[in-house]
Design a protein around this ligand. Sequence first.
Ligand code: P6P
Length: 336
Amino acid sequence: MSLINRKVLTLDEFTIQQLRNFPKATGELSSLLRDIGLAAKRVNVEVNKAGLVDILGDAGSINVQGEDVKKLDIFANNQFTGVLQHGISCAGIASEELDDFVAFDDDVSKNSKYICLYDPLDGSGNIDVNISIGTIFSVYRRVSEIGTIATAADFLQPGVKQVAAGYIIYGSSTMLVYATRRGVNGFTLDPSIGEFCLSHPNIQCPEFGKIYSVNHGNFFQYAQGVQDYIQTCQRKNKTNGGPYTQRYIGSMVADVHRNLLKGGIFMYPPTTDKPNGKLRLLYECNPFAFIAEVAGGKATNGQQRILDVVPTELHQRSGFFVGSKGMMEELEAHMK
Ligand code: P6P
């Protein structure tokens, strides 16, 4: 069949199609995802020319358009906050870049039923060496009364309450991947038409993989069970196909995206230096845990299912283990 006739399904068409499965749906979630896609396209433009910033004017200077050239993570934060504040679906946001949550106080926002948390540009330290980076987002139905201003309780819900979660990876191609309870779907940006197009429908994480991702530099700071599991990954083993391959990019979105598609396990364990781990529960661990579970994988903090953790602080950190179900169960056997 000629490729020309292939039906390209854009993100907007897909989310509207999904609406048909929920007769009572108001379309607010579709609209929120469209807003996120718009901000992602704008961030993508800046990320792709990041290497040229020195020519166009370094962060903190004035560029040719006479605008302040901002650090990219601040720029990204402003893009996501702006589209959500001016959209019709979000009552407030929390961001890795902002100390506290922001409750939008205009009437349209106060009457919206969702709130959103995000890390607008995770791994931004990798930009100047041209390594893939990403945006991670998490969507909840607010618990406070619609029509009022969003409250802290809206943002401190356990991950199991997420309505949707996803990420954008600004890599060799730019992809938006999001999950609802119905499934995980990936959309690749087609720059020629400026649309995210469905390229990875119904992503399933393979039950086993041969990739393990961890920062070996911290090995002697990890708990004994983690050290034992890592050494199992390095040994020949006819039953689980060991030794595995170690792949660690130092950019969580890139590492977890690869493992989601190919199978594998990503670990950022607590260390003696960081006994609560490094990654943030609300807008790094929870979204990826939700996506992993919908795709058939698992995610824990080393003691319990990540999605069951009841948050107490917006920026609290957590140990994080996520990936293929079979590999996570191997890890858990070592940590008992
Ligand atoms: P380390 C990037 O700073 C980040 O938050 C994640 O994207 C990445 O997986 C992790 O930190 C890397 O941390 O300590 O191994 O350099």
